[in-house]
Design a protein around this ligand. Structure first.
Ligand SMILES: Nc1nc2c(ncn2[C@@H]2O[C@H](COP(=O)(O)OP(=O)(O)OP(=O)(O)O)[C@@H](O)[C@H]2O)c(=O)[nH]1
Ligand SMILES: [Mg+2]
Length: 290
């Protein structure tokens, strides 16, 4: 059944090369978004960093996205921040870590990388750990245990999180070519996390990665990406599966095989990052009003 789905996807991919009109307005170049990101400061003074939590299936490109943002802001490919893995197996990221972005400008936003999601009950990151992380209860370097979530009193449990420790924006990271292949249990876990985020008032956004693999025709040309019907179908499908509005789903190609940065890839990353920052700021704004 899975192979039939893969064949069907390739066929749809082939016949839906793209229409002439993009289905989303895209910036012509990265200048505006780069300047926005570089000049960003949280409006709420008591918050040192906007905290962005990355969550999604194993191997989707969570750690790669952190590296891609760093590469984009440094103007050269970097690999020192969040380690990635090219083998297929369990999640390569096993610890809860905060990643600051090293760049010429100080970037007042941080990424929290998490262990990947898997279908089994005792595999991959525990949904309860993601919920605790959103509330700021998970300490730095906590080692995830798929069989049992963190509990109060554990060394990795932070009983008194500050607003800075809490997550301000949740970002789902999913492989664009695997949306239709996602196991029901993985989808259910993501919906569960989304429900918890809604209950906490945390906004959510999704990144569909590996668009170069899902649709080689869209590869690094930003214009083709948003003209491509196959990628549009993946965005629609993800929206229906997890319940996120279409406007909150973005397409990204992470830096993976490149040795120099590229304006088209940067444009997609910066445009997505700008929305992530905006949504996170909305969360902080709403707190002020309550
Ligand atoms: N072609 C391509 N490869 C990508 C992209 N994003 C990530 N990869 C590759 O996919 C593999 C997995 O990426 P990771 O960033 O380690 O994925 P992850 O979600 O952090 O995975 P876990 O930590 O294991 O849950 C690596 O080999 C990356 O180079 C992309 O946009 N395009
Ligand atoms: Mg990882």
């Amino acid at each position: 059944m899975k192979w039939f789905k893969i064949w069907l996807m390739s066929y749809v991919n082939y016949i839906s090369a793209g229409s002439s009109k993009p289905w989303r307005e895209i910036p012509e170049n990265k200048t505006d978004d780069l300047s926005f990101v570089e000049n960003y400061q949280p409006k709420k003074k008591m918050v040192k960093h906007l905290r962005i939590l990355l969550h999604g299936p194993v191997g989707a490109g969570k750690s790669s996205f952190i590296n891609s943002v760093t590469s984009c802001l440094q103007g050269r490919i970097t690999c020192s921040n969040a380690f990635t893995d090219a083998t297929s197996g369990g999640s390569f990221t096993t610890q809860y870590k905060t990643h600051k972005i090293n760049s010429a400008r100080s970037c007042p936003f941080v990424f929290n990388d998490t262990m990947g999601l898997e279908e089994g009950n005792n595999d991959g990151v525990h949904v309860e750990d993601i919920k605790l992380a959103m509330k700021g209860h998970v300490r730095e370097n906590y080692m995830f245990h798929p069989e049992s979530p963190l509990s109060e009193g554990d060394k990795g449990y932070n009983p008194c999180p500050t607003l800075d420790d809490k997550v301000h924006i949740l970002v789902f990271v999913v492989d664009a070519g695997k949306v239709s292949l996602m196991d029901d249990k993985v989808v259910k876990k993501m919906r569960d996390v989304r429900r918890a985020a809604c209950d906490l008032g945390i906004p959510q956004l999704a990144i569909l990665t590996k668009i170069d693999e899902a649709c080689p025709m869209a590869k690094t040309n930003v214009e083709n990406v948003y003209k491509n019907n196959y990628l549009k179908q993946q965005v629609d499908m993800f929206s229906q599966l997890v319940g996120l509005p279409l406007s909150c789903i973005f397409l990204v190609k992470n830096y993976s095989s490149e040795i120099v940065t590229n304006d088209d890839i940067d444009t997609m990353i910066l445009n997505t990052l700008r929305q992530i920052i905006n949504y996170g700021e909305d969360f902080l704004d709403n707190l002020e009003q309550n």
